[in-house]
Design a protein around this ligand. Structure first.
Ligand code: ZN
Length: 504
């Protein structure tokens, strides 16, 4: 079977999803898991855009081994130099450089004529090629570009040393049949195409990102740019899990292979969801709670008699084991560490003790600790480090005849701040008390509670979305106490705001 290279851009395009910004530690954790999942290329960031992005690329280059590490750059000198510098410690560094090629982008955004655009692309690629062994080039808004011009541009950059040509459907405008033909036309229209491979980068504005990606592969594309859970700009990118499983299930008409270990798909999806605090929709293909649930009696009966009656793939094939191993206090440090490893949760030596203490605390409050609880614990811990604010204490007074009152103590810069407030309910009172301490003007846009695991002692997961200075920040918290989970989620969103402020 022919090999398709998976280029994961969760850390770059994915992070551009509103509310999905990640801290350095979170990016590192996710990159380690992406390597474990088996992606071929990790796009770690856009180094020139901020010191935070630069650092993410250099930390990942140094410590994540296996995949190629790519950094994004426009075709200008300072971008290319920053990209090369940031990935110099990678075993396999790649610069991914881009310039817009559609008439609308060239005229209104770049304000450059087509000849100048070709010259800039050529010079940029040649410069990048002098600094790193592998260069990828993307003509931005390719699907709305004129084909003869696009072919000329691609020919020039291959001449200048690019060996991967990525065709992005930047605005998510293409439909599968047309996009496949477009890829074919580029392959036929560029005389030196044999010296490079074609890649595609599809956006999901019409819900067609995966379909367009598959169509491109059928027509000759050999690299795909995808993200975990399909996160990305606006409606997102093609989802890695959907693309990979479509090829896995339909080998008969899509006879291609990838380096992905499908059994790590579910873990990776959960990890990302916990890190960025975006819950996975129940009906999401492959990774949603309902993806393998059979509700209708006829379906249940069929599956019990013979699974394949209604199942095109098994939950085990994507790492959703029916035998969810349950831990408890008796499991000890050894059992705890072992299960974290099996779940692909990479914990640094310095963090394991504090994490283990939280695990013991949790197993006291809740007898059985499930995998989902461990994901929640680890991602909470990642969010906690290097945070501006941390919740130290809270207390509420609430009842059907009293005015709800909340008191909180928040730590900031090693100082403790205490405030109290009344509210419409206990959660509102706690949020208001926190606001008094941080003095940040927030509007609560969304508040979602869900049980991580079944049972009365279940951990509750709370997700809050706050509008602060016209941007959305999502926060995430988990606890067996719903008020505590809410306060943690709220503080987490405020910390994201502070991280964003410091990074930009
Ligand atoms: Zn994109």
């Amino acid at each position: 079977m022919e090999r398709i290279y998976t280029f994961d851009t969760t850390l770059r395009d994915g992070e551009q999803s509103p509310g999905a910004s990640m801290s350095m530690e979170q990016k590192h954790e996710l990159a380690l898991q992406l390597a474990h999942l088996g992606v071929d290329i990790i796009e770690a960031g856009f180094p020139v855009s901020s010191p935070h992005q630069f650092k993410a690329c250099s930390v990942i280059s140094e410590s994540v081994k296996g995949p190629t590490i790519a950094a994004l750059a426009r075709t200008v000198d300072k971008d290319i130099e920053a990209a090369a510098e940031s990935i110099k410690k990678a075993d396999k560094p790649r610069i991914h450089t881009f310039i817009a090629s559609s008439p609308i982008h060239m005229e209104y955004k770049l304000k450059k004529d087509p000849e100048t655009v070709i010259e800039m692309a050529r010079t940029g690629v040649a410069k990048a090629r002098n600094l790193v062994p592998e260069v990828e080039f993307s003509p931005e808004d390719a699907t709305r570009s004129e084909l003869p011009f696009l072919c000329k541009l691609v020919e020039s950059v291959i001449d200048a040393g690019a060996t991967i040509i990525n065709i992005p459907d930047t605005v998510g405008y293409a439909v599968p049949e047309e996009f496949g033909q477009f890829i074919k036309a580029i392959m036929e229209g560029v005389p030196n195409m044999d010296k490079a491979i074609i890649s595609v980068h599809c956006h999901n504005d019409l819900g067609l990102a995966v379909a367009n990606t598959l169509s491109a592969v059928k027509n000759g594309a050999r690299q795909v740019e995808i993200t975990i859970n399909g996160i990305g700009e606006r409606a997102g990118n093609a989802a890695l899990e959907e693309f990979v499983m479509a090829m896995f299930v339909r080998k008969d008409i899509l006879p291609f292979s990838t380096g992905i270990n499908t059994k790590q798909i579910y873990n990776t999806s959960r990890l990302l969801s916990n890190i960025i605090g975006f819950p996975i929709p129940r009906n999401k293909p492959i990774v949603g709670d309902n993806a393998f649930a059979h509700e209708s009696g006829i379906h249940q009966d069929g599956v019990l008699k013979f699974r394949e009656t209604y199942e095109i793939m098994t939950p085990e094939s994507v790492g959703r084991d029916a035998s969810n191993i349950v831990l408890g206090r008796h499991s000890g440090m050894h059992g705890f560490k072992k299960r974290l490893g099996e779940l692909g949760l990479h914990v640094e030596k310095e963090e394991i003790d504090s994490l283990y203490q939280r695990f013991l605390h949790l197993s006291d409050r809740k007898k059985e600790v499930y995998d989902e609880d461990l994901f929640a614990l680890v991602s909470d811990e990642l969010g906690r480090q290097y945070a501006t604010y941390s919740l130290q204490y809270f207390n509420i007074l609430s009842g059907n005849t009293s005015v709800p009152t909340g008191t909180v103590i928040i730590e900031k810069d090693n100082k403790m701040f205490e405030e109290a407030s009344t509210g419409d309910g206990p959660v509102d009172a706690v949020f208001r008390a926190i606001d008094r301490i941080t003095e940040i003007n927030t509007t609560l846009k969304d508040y979602i509670v869900h049980a991580v695991t079944p049972g009365k002692q279940a951990m509750g997961e709370v997700t809050v979305s706050l509008d602060i200075e016209d941007r959305i920040y999502t926060g995430h918290g988990s606890s067996t106490d719903i008020i505590e989970a809410s306060a943690l989620a709220y503080v987490n969103a405020l910390n994201r705001f502070e991280t964003f402020k410091n990074n930009n």
